[in-house]
Design a protein around this ligand. Sequence first.
Ligand SMILES: Cc1cc2nc3c(=O)[nH]c(=O)nc-3n(C[C@H](O)[C@H](O)[C@H](O)COP(=O)(O)O)c2cc1C
Length: 246
Amino acid sequence: MNTKVTRKLSYGVYLLSAREGGRDNACIVNTAVQVANDPTRISVAVIKANLTCDMIARTGLCNLSAITEDAEFSLFQRFGMQSGRDVDKFAGFSDTARSENGLLYLMAQSNGFMSLKIVASQDLGSHMLFIGELVDGEVLSGAPTATYAYYQDVIKKRAAQPEPVKKGWRCTICGYVYEGETLPPDFVCPLCKHGPEDFEPIGEAKPEAGPVKWVCSVCGYVHEGPEPPEKCPVCKVPAEMFKKQE
Ligand SMILES: Cc1cc2nc3c(=O)[nH]c(=O)nc-3n(C[C@H](O)[C@H](O)[C@H](O)COP(=O)(O)O)c2cc1C
């Protein structure tokens, strides 16, 4: 099985906001999907370590703002690459308004917002899947919603930031950069919680001959990365059963 096939799924990017005890917070998500229309229900998967996840679980409310293609990379940095546990993400950020539920939504870099009342949730391990009923919402513009691919290919690149490190590994999911020649095999992205298989080498750490491939000698599963996986995700045999592909 090639798990990279999941990258063929298409997503939009959204600001997911919550409010608890008079405090606002929000994070970036790419996992919002309408899953029913009578009544209208929308699911969103949120990393359990995120403050936004705890706030939604405790209050049962959230807003989703659809982010448009003209959005700046700094919006993603502000809300998607730091936690409300460490900073007040809305400090000095004024492009917002409050919906009837008292939560903030984006007024700029967005084409509309949805207010959700959580009606069900499911613990998925790394993420909590919330299902919310649409209770309020407004269209703000006709600008297209940015897809996750558009964020990766255009928004991130047009920021044209100078490369901060000479050697390292970049998370292909959220853009986090690990500085160092070798990425530890058990490394977990501190932002999006993805593992080494979703990191690519950058700068001088880039190998000349492409990524190392490890083949499971039992079922043939191919793993890409500096080390074989702890166990085969298909037939579950341990790392020792993997052979380096020459
Ligand atoms: C493009 C992009 C997509 C993301 N998608 C998700 C997602 O679907 N679910 C999620 O929980 N976090 C996602 N994240 C990561 C969170 O936005 C990030 O962990 C954030 O810092 C959490 O902040 P908080 O602790 O204040 O809630 C994404 C980040 C980026 C940049």
